[in-house]
Write a protein that binds this ligand. Structure first.
Ligand SMILES: *Cc1c(COP(=O)(O)O)cnc(C)c1O
Length: 402
């Protein structure tokens, strides 16, 4: 038993008693031999499913050539990846990191440094929103502002002012002589699949323009095709100055990126930031392979069709099981089921149906299938959700007739 025990892992995760040894597409095979439909995608990471042939080939090929080079030397593949990300977005400049939190750290530093380079080093504060999640490093925890994650870790990193999501008046009031920028997820993931309105994002854009602030989008979860466009902001008609990416960027290989306009990145001169592993050749080859697939004609049409089908089917399940579910939310294949029963009961009931999902804030269960999910697999998953809801409904106390 020694090599299967978790005794030597820091027990920071509430792990399920379930392990996997192989994945293919939307399916995972557990060490207990059972097959599961994966509607977590490693929390929005495996956007092309497991063992996608194009990604496997790219990594295998790269693994025989070059694993790592420091950023002291050129990287033609990294330059190509950066150019492709810029071509597909508002951005002119990219910094490669290894995770979402690191991409966000860079976004925060870019924002502060921009103001300093413009002669305003006193402008370092960033406005963030309730329910946000930006990562687990000390600065990104302070940006997210969640007390339960900050407690016990000493004084919080200074410089973040949090206001309620969607509250324009509170946002205006929070802007002061020390404000450098506004940071928001165009679609909150961990927070419970909550979206600010397009009108709100547009108002933030105007506030930033009027007050010479940078608008920063955290698209670590919502980016890379998850919402049916390459980036969630493309659905909103509002472009940021700075954007953090990670999760699906490497298709399962750890990678993050901070994108910025030339203007926003104007303070980031040689020596101002760095990373040993950022832009690692293996990560870069994985991300270039992800873009090959996502930028091929028809990819996002598929995601949009899959989204529509899943949302329609879910809406009818919500109608049939009002004691279990109250709402379907989200965009593309970042879908939230707001539960009436404790969300974790639903996650467990779905797991009993061999469907993997993940919880979020506001008692929501997230459905994050790989973007390559087929219509048949969606129908399959919907059948499992129906079964789980029927079982949970049967266990509920009978409601009074009205
Ligand atoms: C997951 C996530 C992060 C943190 O990413 P890590 O890779 O875990 O550091 C930051 N922001 C958002 C919106 C996320 O969903």
């Amino acid at each position: 038993m020694t090599n299967t025990s978790a005794a030597h892992l820091m027990p920071v995760f509430a792990r399920a008693d379930l392990s996997f040894e192989k994945g293919e597409g939307v399916w995972l095979t557990a060490t207990n031999g059972k097959r599961y439909l994966d509607f977590t995608s490693g929390v929005a990471v495996n956007a092309l499913g497991h063992a996608h042939p194009h990604l496997v080939a790219a990594l295998q090929e790269q693994a025989t050539r070059l694993w790592h080079m420091s950023n002291l030397f050129g990287s033609p593949d990294g330059e190509r990846l950066a150019a492709r990300l810029c071509e597909a977005s508002f951005a002119d400049k990219v910094f490669f990191a290894n995770s979402g939190a690191e991409a966000m750290e860079c976004a925060i530093k870019v924002t502060r440094k921009y103001q300093a380079a413009k002669g305003h080093p006193e402008r370092y504060r960033i406005i963030t929103f309730e329910g946000a999640f930006h990562g687990r490093t000390l600065a990104t925890l302070a940006a997210g502002g969640q007390e339960k994650y900050l407690e016990g870790f000493g004084p919080r990193v200074e410089g973040f002012d949090q206001v309620p999501l969607g509250d324009l008046e509170a946002t205006k009031k929070a802007i002061g002589p020390h404000t450098a920028g506004i940071l928001i997820e165009p679609l909150q993931g961990e927070g419970g699949v909550r979206s600010p309105t397009n009108a709100f994002l547009k108002a933030l854009r105007e506030l930033c323009d009027d007050n010479k602030l940078l608008l920063v989008f955290d698209e670590v979860q919502s980016g890379m095709g998850r919402t049916g466009e390459l980036f969630a902001y493309q659905r909103t008609g509002v472009a940021p100055d700075v954007m953090a990416l990670a999760k699906a960027l490497g298709g399962g290989f750890p990678m993050g990126a901070c994108l910025a306009t030339n203007e926003a990145a104007s303070g980031m001169t040689a020596g101002t930031h760095g990373s040993t592993f950022g832009g690692n050749p293996l990560a870069v080859s994985a991300a270039n392979a992800v873009l090959d697939v996502m930028l091929a004609p028809g990819f996002f049409d598929h995601v949009k069709r899959a989204s529509l089908l899943l949302k329609q089917k879910l809406a009818s399940i919500v109608d049939r099981h009002p004691g279990v579910l109250s709402e379907v939310r989200g965009e593309g294949l970042l879908i939230g089921l707001k539960a009436v029963v404790p969300a974790n009961d639903l996650v467990l009931a779905l797991r009993d149906e061999n469907l993997l999902t993940v919880g979020a804030g506001e008692n929501v269960v997230r459905l994050l299938p790989p973007l390559i999910v087929s219509e048949a697999e969606i129908e399959d998953a919907v059948g499992r959700i129906e079964n789980a809801c029927a079982k949970l409904s049967a266990g509920l106390p009978k409601r009074e007739a009205v």
